[in-house]
Design a protein. Structure first.
Length: 498
């Protein structure tokens, strides 16, 4: 039986929960990948095929040769609240019934863009795969464009840039305030572009858009002919910048031998658009010079740090000092033991990218890894029907200031035991009436969960209370937080039987 409960208070974020009686055999861990992080480092979105992250079970997808597997879903982790939420929740109260990919998130965590093949997310999609935009404030998902892909959001979530179509693929900009999209990659005289445009990136300030293109008619006097002959010249192509305020396109010539294959996945902009990373080099547009090379990665929003992957590990460099730090490390500073898993055969000709990202000022980094030494409980092996058995790709968050590395895609059963619970200061007005029960403290002991309607609590996902420090209280040297009066967490929803 499935029961859907939703918070009806229009002034609060929609809190939709799905109660199920899952088959224990289906609660398996799965690969998590494609993480993205808000520039303030609070919100992390990622894709996962895991069935054990939240109570809502994934749907089953059917792949090539009739292989069945868990559909990939979009999840959001709130670092401050230490909560994980399923974003790709369908109108039928179930998770997406088709694979999702390429998530992007606004700085306040309200807006999450992603692509999906699911047909149950919105009625307007009419069963078409494409680009979607989720509003976490009201719990609604909007269909933006059929065949839309490679989304990138401005920091405030107003602007969403993406590509759609084919022959040629085109770059579009969706303005959420007016609810319309406009074509960006068109010829300088308004004609159709004569080549594909891909990999768009939106500057956080919402003014500049960078993208790759093989087109030769986006600006005057572009004499490169990338589409001449029977085959596409992959060493051709340039980076373009579109200025929304000036409505002008600027071409940044890449040069022979430094075409799209040299790093389209790592095209990125600083928040103000002054610094641009592409082709393993970083340029300062105001200085008109290359300030770093051999850095095939992504820029922080302030343009002062760059992150990249080398083998199965991840590194961050401060551009001003060229100091390099490995961020895929344990809390003790030991390097990860992750291995590269080759999924090329399953993805056809595409190159699988586990994904990574970093916050403004480079403090917070997020990455997908198969390492099993970053958390003592991360020992899962994935036996996905799509791939050979391998250590699961999981999402980790590293704090360069404290040196702490946190497992984000942790199974729900382990989260209940090891995560920090919500403290008593949580206002009851944020809870769905009659569905959640606050644990109370009496004599320093947390009281048990109680179900207001049904006599049997949800056993599979019961949250055990944990002592923790009071808000604002500092730990004395040599003392234990468990000697203090505990704060207690929240009971989860009660399971409905019948």
């Amino acid at each position: 039986m499935v029961t859907i409960h939703a918070n009806q208070d229009d002034n609060l974020p929609l809190s939709t929960e799905i109660e199920t009686t899952p088959d224990a055999s289906s609660l398996v861990h799965g690969d998590s990948f494609a993480p993205a992080i808000s520039s303030n480092g609070r919100f992390i979105v990622f894709i996962s095929r895991a069935a054990d992250l939240v109570a809502t079970l994934p749907n089953t997808c059917r792949g090539f040769e009739g292989i069945f597997y868990n559909c990939a879903n979009v999840f959001l982790y709130d670092r401050q609240q230490e909560k994980l939420q399923l974003v790709s929740l369908g109108i039928d109260g179930q998770s997406a019934n088709g694979d999702t990919d390429s998530p992007a998130v606004s700085d306040d965590g309200q807006w999450v863009a992603f692509t999906s093949e699911a047909t149950n997310l919105v009625v307007e999609a009419k069963g078409l795969p494409g680009l979607f935009l989720a509003d976490r404030q009201n719990g609604r998902i909007q269909f933006i464009a059929p065949s839309g892909r490679e989304p990138s959001l401005s920091a405030d979530g107003r602007f969403l840039v993406y590509i759609a179509g084919s022959s040629p693929a085109k770059v579009y900009l969706y303005d959420r305030e007016i609810g319309k999209s406009q074509l960006i990659s068109q010829g300088w005289e308004g004609q159709t572009a004569d080549g594909d445009s891909i990999a768009p990136r939106m500057a956080a300030n919402g003014r500049l858009i960078a993208f790759w293109s093989w087109a030769s008619n986006l600006v005057p006097d572009d004499d490169e002919k990338c589409n001449e002959g029977a085959a596409l010249n992959s060493s051709c192509g340039d980076v373009y910048l579109f200025d929304l305020e000036a409505s002008q396109v600027e071409r940044i010539a890449v040069g022979e031998g430094y075409g799209l294959g040299m790093g389209a996945s790592f095209l990125s902009l600083s928040a103000d658009g002054n610094r641009l990373s592409y082709n393993c080099q970083i340029i300062d547009r105001q200085l008109s010079q290359v300030i770093a090379d051999n850095r095939c990665g992504v820029l922080s929003a302030d343009g002062q740090f760059v992150m990249w992957q080398q083998g199965a590990d991840f590194f961050v460099a401060e551009l001003a000092t060229d100091v390099v730090t490995q961020v895929s490390v344990t809390n003790a500073g030991v390097g990860s033991n992750g291995k590269w898993v080759d999924f090329a055969s399953a993805f056809g000709s595409e190159s699988f990218q586990p994904g990574f990202g970093l916050s403004d000022q480079g403090r917070w980094t997020v990455f997908a890894t198969t390492a099993v030494n970053l958390d003592p409980l991360d020992t899962q092996e994935c036996h996905d029907a799509l791939f050979p058995p391998h250590p699961c790709y999981d999402i980790y968050l590293h704090d360069q200031e404290t040196g702490e590395t946190t497992w984000i895609s942790r199974p729900l059963a382990q989260t209940a035991v090891h995560s920090t619970p919500t403290i008593l200061a949580t206002p009851e007005s944020t809870l769905s009436p009659g569905l959640l029960t606050m644990l109370s403290v009496g004599g320093g002991v947390c009281s048990p969960c109680a179900c207001p309607v049904h006599p049997v609590p949800r056993l599979a996902y019961h949250v055990e209370p944990q002592p923790r420090w009071r808000a604002g209280q500092q730990q004395q040297r040599g003392s234990s937080p468990f000697s203090q009066r505990p704060f207690c967490g929240l009971c989860l929803l009660c399971r409905e039987f019948g």
